[in-house]
Design a protein around this ligand. Sequence first.
Ligand SMILES: C[S@@+](CC[C@H](N)C(=O)[O-])C[C@H]1O[C@@H](n2cnc3c(N)ncnc32)[C@H](O)[C@@H]1O
Length: 271
Amino acid sequence: MTTTDALTAATLRLRAAGCVFAEEEAAILAEAAAETAATAEEETLAALVERRAAGEPLEQVVGYADFCGVRVHLRPGVFVPRVRSELLVRLGATIVRPDSLVVDLCCGSGALGLALRHRVPGIILHAADLDPVATACAVDNLGEKSIVHQGNLFDPLPAQLRGNIDLLLANVPYVATHHIPFLPAEARDHEPATALDGGVDGLAVFRAVTRAAPAWLAPAGVLLSEITEAQAETALAIAAGNGLTATITTDDDLDARVIVARQARPRQGKR
Ligand SMILES: C[S@@+](CC[C@H](N)C(=O)[O-])C[C@H]1O[C@@H](n2cnc3c(N)ncnc32)[C@H](O)[C@@H]1O
């Protein structure tokens, strides 16, 4: 089969499977197959096409996502960074300086920290996630310049970070449990429930993070979390209830909404 024939066959297979951008995806898969040729991980174009036709997210099939100016390596079963999360990175970049201490909590692949470090080189970046598959992926992405921890929320972070975090990026799971069945199959079937499910109102993990955040943030530290429009009022109340002063920033083009929560009463004796 010629390369053109293989591409045509891939496009037809993807189109039959319901891929809207079948031609573009076939080209991306062909490029990925060519990159793995002659390596131990070699996968033929046909094999990649079958994974995609079975509903696996394109980014997991090719092993990367281009996000916010950086290429993020992905593994099967790791949350695919969403385009809308660029708002978290943009806001983060307006808050930090090159020597700021940043924690990417619930880091998944480490995409947010990586993109922020690309924009503001020099930040001291720690990342943490509960899922060992995600933290392995974050290590791939963040390398030796940053430290990746595995465990529940703040538990695995070194005690020295307490009271010193300038920016806490926390893109926690925030889909309400009853909305999970309505997510696209790509997410439902190929991303772990722990990456998506935020409990009854989607804010269970956000509540836990916000409860602990004041003790971990520096006196002028900021917590950034993505939320939905329906969650905005409750999220603001949760932040206020934990002594944080919060506002909501939106980007309609990205369909993104971020709660920006600051330490309301700077504490003495830190940093
Ligand atoms: C919505 S994904 C976000 C991933 C990444 N920050 C991004 O934007 O691409 C949420 C992540 O939170 C992690 N997670 C869920 N519950 C957690 C917990 N209790 N402690 C730490 N990480 C948790 C999941 O494993 C998942 O990687």
